[in-house]
Design a protein around this ligand. Structure first.
Ligand code: GLU
Length: 466
């Protein structure tokens, strides 16, 4: 059975890039009727924070990306926080030590930095030179007695070819001679990313590791670790990264925001998943889809290998689509208290119908709610239009109103016939008189929502603008 996972390091708020990885993994699992697992990779104690781990779970649930195995849900490989799995990793360190796949390394950060500099200046790729590879048991003992705290390095086998078939990018081939011995346990005893990430994928029986291509060069190292331990390999797939419109890796300066901020701005989860589902993944059907439809039509073969360009306009497009697809009660909730308290209960449904096609965010709805349900003040631009209107327009409209009432068609037809005006000269001043705006929702809805008295008052106010 397919098992995918999202394995974030809780070192900041979840942003568009991480969430796309989570989304694709969730979609792949759902498509295959498998399991989507969440694992919190918090071994870096200096950078990990509990609040980030909590917020990322909120964000995923808000987006509809519930996990079937992981924090809060459980599973047969608890715990799902790596910081609580040290005893599990300890067994594997021991196994590697016994088989001499690893050795303690006493090189200081300073020594390593100097060695790297020398290699770089002589045009060589920086790689651990194996200084501590051949230490005798006696030498190791002495250094430990001196109080030195070694890291644990993986002894990369000589002259091996490491091959795997990346399910996004195709066949990959690496030479072990180009990979230096690497650290799998830090001096403070905590597990290095390469190590616990690979171990957990294997023991948690993850079948597909779908992640960003920034991890591609980690994969041969992880395969070597798993091989040395006789653990199963997941299949790996590496997606192209997301870039800004200028081609540079996506960042805040491109207008990219984290999920928490997008939520606060009023973005809908459905908009985000419809947009991200298409960022680097091709759906032949470009219509709005819910999570189930996105999963049904998801395919790893539709993942692109070229960097995906983030486009704020596209996100706004999907936001509008998502608003149109909200049912009335969800839309009402989304509008929030500030809008809700302006709308009389009896006008709720009509208000929603009136504005639905004209809003992208709750603040747009607030704008219309104020126009319909609080006093109207005409701007200079609106006043200018009202002044230029046919001298008899508003008076005539007021007289006609008595009979036509809130039937806008009847009202505008009658005015049109009596004054012999039509089109923009008729409709624009009426719209401005009733809403103060040049554009907006359908007038039919607007007059119904305003009711006779308010229309009367506004037409009178408009006629008095000189
Ligand atoms: N914790 C790693 C990260 O957030 C996970 C990488 C992976 O998906 O394997 O980058």
């Amino acid at each position: 059975m397919t098992k995918t996972r999202f394995a974030p390091s809780p070192t900041g708020y979840v942003h568009i890039g991480n969430v796309r990885t989570a989304l694709f993994n969730a979609l792949l699992a759902k498509h295959d009727k498998g399991i989507f697992l969440l694992r919190i990779e918090d071994t870096d104690q200096n950078r990990s924070e509990e609040t980030y781990a909590e917020q990322l779970q909120h964000d995923l649930l808000w987006l509809g990306l519930a996990w079937q195995e992981g924090p809060g849900v459980g599973g047969d490989q608890v715990p799902y926080f790596q910081s609580q799995r040290q005893s599990i990793y300890a067994q594997y360190y021991q196994q590697l030590e016994e088989a001499k796949h690893v050795y303690p390394c006493f090189c200081s950060d300073q020594e390593l930095a100097i060695a790297r500099k020398l290699q770089l200046s002589s045009g060589k790729p920086p790689r651990y030179q194996g200084t501590c590879r051949q230490l005798s048991a006696e030498q190791i003992k002495q250094k430990i007695e001196q109080g030195l705290k070694p890291t644990l390095r993986f002894r990369v086998p000589d002259s091996q070819v490491i091959e795997f078939n990346d399910f996004v990018r195709g066949p990959q081939r690496f030479q072990s001679n180009e990979i230096g011995d690497f650290v799998i346990r830090r001096g403070d005893g905590t597990a290095a990313f390469f190590f616990c990430n690979a171990i957990d994928d294997a023991v948690m029986k993850v079948t597909h590791v779908l992640r960003g291509e920034d991890h591609l060069t980690n994969t041969p190292r992880q395969l070597m670790i798993l091989q040395a331990l006789g653990l199963p390999f997941p299949q790996y797939g590496h997606m192209a990264l997301i870039v800004g419109p200028d081609g540079a890796p996506l960042s805040k300066r491109h207008g990219s925001r984290n999920i928490k901020e997008l939520k606060q701005l009023g973005f809908l989860p459905q908009a985000i998943i419809n947009y991200l589902g298409r960022l680097g993944h091709y759906y032949p059907d470009n219509s709005y889809m819910d999570l189930t439809q996105l999963a049904t039509n998801f395919s790893v073969s539709a993942l692109g290998s070229a960097p995906a360009r983030y486009d704020q306009e596209q996100l706004l497009y999907w936001q509008k689509q998502a608003v149109q697809h909200l049912d009335e009660s969800s839309l009402w909730d989304w509008l929030g208290a500030e809008v809700q308290q302006l709308i009389p209960t009896t006008a709720k449904n009509l208000f929603i119908q009136t504005i639905k096609a004209n809003i992208t965010f709750p603040t747009d709805a607030l704008h219309w709610a104020k126009i319909f349900f609080t006093d109207l003040h005409y701007s200079a631009e609106s006043s200018a239009i009202l002044k230029q209107a046919d001298a008899k327009l508003f008076e005539t409209a007021i007289t006609v109103l008595a009979q036509a009432g809130t039937d806008f068609k009847a009202l505008s037809n009658a005015v049109s016939q009596q004054l012999n005006i039509k089109g923009k000269a008729l409709f624009q001043p009426l719209r401005v008189a009733l809403t103060g705006e040049l554009h907006g929702p359908e007038m039919g809805h607007i007059v119904e929502l305003l009711g006779k008295d308010k229309i009367h008052a506004r037409l009178t106010a408009a006629s008095e603008i000189k």
